[in-house]
Design a protein around this ligand. Structure first.
Ligand code: SAM
Length: 252
């Protein structure tokens, strides 16, 4: 078992694999004009085990395609979709967000929480636009500076880890330059990180250790990495979060 396999095992039983929340998913849906009356085609890109996909399928009349490059997450999503009674609305499949197996203008809504960074926000919004119908909506959560001025250590950290990190103003300008009109923006509040993501992860550490006793040094290193991410958030949460961007495809 590789370190990457261990990382998957740490996260696969979690409700979500990144910060966010059901209320925030539903708020973004409202900003995108999604309502229960229309039948919509939706793609959730980098869906993980389905935090957003399952919420959307439960609340809206939709045909939802959930895609992630990890087969284990897709299999887990399928099990959860059955358990939550929405399997008939969700097609879950493996695939690469850099090379999506979709048709042009296939979707009313593209959704991606905490995942577009894997190919970069700029590349993602350009590459995915063609899959939206005219007037289609895109909903993205993305690492975002909350302030113009920040401690050097923090700026330095994220410039190395994800050089595309920027303020909401810059992200919105990128959307506008690439054929989208902003419909709404909000930063994820603290509980989306602490209560919904970090706390359940910390609660998983003991059972994770017990699950892989023969891999204790790798497990400890992985837990240490997660602890550092949590400490980084706690220390600097005034300066960064994920921003949720809701935009409409316009003619360009
Ligand atoms: N959207 C989920 C959520 O909010 O719980 C998962 C977020 S997790 C931080 C990022 C997800 O992106 C992971 O499930 C990962 O497997 C997926 N991912 C990473 N690179 C990918 C790629 N190139 N194509 C498709 N999915 C990818």
């Amino acid at each position: 078992m590789t370190d990457f396999d261990l990382l998957i095992q740490l996260h696969i039983r979690q409700l979500r694999q990144g910060p966010g929340g059901q209320d925030e998913t539903l708020l973004a849906a409202r900003l995108a004009g999604v309502n229960a009356e229309q039948r919509l085609t939706i793609a959730d890109i980098g869906c993980g085990t389905g935090a957003a996909a399952l919420t959307l399928a439960e609340h809206f009349n939709c045909d939802l395609t959930a895609i992630d490059f990890l087969p284990a997450f897709i299999e887990e999503l399928k099990v959860r979709a059955e358990q939550r009674g929405v399997a008939n609305k969700i097609t879950a499949q493996t695939g690469d967000m850099a090379n999506l197996p979709f048709e042009e203008q296939q979707f009313d809504v593209l959704w991606s929480e905490g995942a577009i960074y894997n190919i970069g926000f700029k590349q993602g919004i350009k590459a995915w636009r063609k899959f939206l119908k005219p007037g289609g909506k895109i909903v993205l959560s993305e690492l975002t500076w909350l302030t113009q001025n920040r401690p050097y250590e923090l700026t330095n950290h994220w410039q190395k880890e994800y050089p595309e990190v920027a303020t909401a103003g810059e992200k919105i300008a990128q959307l506008e330059r690439n054929g989208y009109k902003l419909l709404g923006y909000f930063p994820l509040p603290e509980y989306c990180w602490v209560d919904n993501y970090f706390q359940p992860l910390v609660e998983r550490f003991d059972s994770f250790k017990a699950q892989f006793p023969e891999k204790s040094s790798e497990v400890d290193a992985l837990i240490e990495e997660q602890q550092q991410e949590i400490s980084m958030y706690q220390k600097y949460k005034a300066y960064w979060s994920y921003g949720v961007y809701v935009a409409e495809k316009i003619a360009s």
